[in-house]
Ligand binder design. Structure first.
Ligand code: AMP
Ligand code: MG
Length: 339
């Protein structure tokens, strides 16, 4: 299985001296199965170190709660206590509650109970395989987010149902880090959490952050300018395996149990909330272009960039003026979707 860790690259332009910004401090963290880079610009002595240390602690704590493989995590405990109520801490409850709402809003294109299918395809272990039809059908019978019973902070899963919050956890972590940085008095920060980029404020010199979108075939396809936003990409090229000339990607259509094949190479969401961006990048990838556009028109609250497998770029109108194509993609047309 090929695994491409960095599919959104961040171009951090150094703070210009004399432009009024603080000094940058960074930390690298290996967590949630990805390499994370945190950068804060501090205004006062020691502010950056303190904020970064708290941020690293927060990420590790979230990983400890949400991991599907760590036997001491809350998700592991719930997955291994079928039919019994398991108490959740505040962050896990908040994340699960919002994630379930997003599963419902996307009509199950995002489904946090798809884990047994993802495992059957071998994406959790690296031992990738093509499950037989009967196996997929029998596992599909267990996939249904609406059977997750969350009552206050008590989570109960029916027998056979397993949770994996991997499609939304990094987005949620980004939201928590932004809140933490604000509390620490930081005004300018940017974090890369695998395919998620989340920015606090603008660059110290007052200009927008520039976030590059990876091209499915490698290199860069485009550049986004953002202030106080999360940019989250889900792409088939991020994790896949090939067998007999066919490619099988890690994003599963929960309705079929097979990798989502909707003609999209990637779906990028720009939103104020990392959790929303993360959940919707996965969901819109599963939906494909037409349903994704319809979802955006109905729900709003975010903008998107879709890169199709035929090499087209489609953006929602809110990104006009802050997105341009780049590199090999530079001279291709950009289709703008309007309300
Ligand atoms: P992301 O990288 O955020 O798009 O999340 C993809 C990961 O979430 C995959 O590697 C799977 O572990 C899991 N997943 C795959 N398909 C879905 C889906 N339709 N809904 C929820 N989680 C999914
Ligand atoms: Mg996601």
């Amino acid at each position: 299985m090929k695994r491409l860790r960095f599919f959104v690259f961040l171009l951090l332009l150094a703070a210009l001296p004399g432009c009024g910004g603080g000094s940058p401090q960074s930390a690298d963290v290996l967590a949630m199965d990805t390499v994370m880079k945190l950068t804060v610009y501090s205004q006062t002595e020691g502010q950056g170190e303190a904020a970064l240390q708290k941020a690293v602690d927060e990420i590790k704590a979230l990983e400890g709660l949400l991991s599907v493989t760590d036997e001491s995590s809350e998700i592991y405990r719930a997955n291994h206590s079928p039919g019994r109520a398991v108490p959740l801490s505040e962050p896990t409850r908040a994340l699960l509650s919002d994630a379930l709402a997003l599963c419902a809003a996307t009509d199950g294109a995002l489904d946090v109970t798809v884990y047994p299918i993802v495992r059957a395809w071998g994406f959790t272990t690296g031992a990738c395989r093509i499950p037989v039809e009967e196996e997929i059908q029998s596992l599909l019978a267990q996939v249904d987010y609406s059977r997750v019973f969350l009552d206050g902070d008590a989570l109960t899963l029916p027998v056979g149902t397993e949770l994996d919050l991997g499609a939304v956890a990094k987005g949620f972590a980004g939201d928590r880090l932004m809140a933490l940085f604000r509390k620490e008095g930081v005004e300018s920060a940017i974090v890369e959490l695998g395919g998620n980029v989340h920015a606090l404020g603008c660059k110290p010199d007052g200009s927008p952050w520039q976030v590059a979108l990876q091209a499915p075939e490698g290199g860069f396809a485009g550049m986004l300018e953002i202030v106080d936003k999360a940019v989250v990409t889900s792409g088939g090229y991020q994790r896949f395996f090939e067998k007999d000339g066919a490619r099988y990607i890690h994003i599963i259509d929960p309705k079929t149990g097979y990798p989502a094949e909707t003609g999209l190479a990637s779906a990028t969401i720009v939103a104020g909330s990392g959790l929303l961006g993360d959940g919707l990048s996965t969901a819109l990838f599963v939906m494909g272009r037409e349903r994704a556009e319809a979802y955006w028109r109905t729900h709003g609250g975010f903008e998107f960039v879709l890169l199709t497998e035929t090499g087209r770029a489609v953006i929602s109108e809110g990104l006009e003026g802050c997105f341009h194509l780049y590199g090999e993609w530079e001279n291709r047309p950009v289709e703008v979707v309007r309300r």
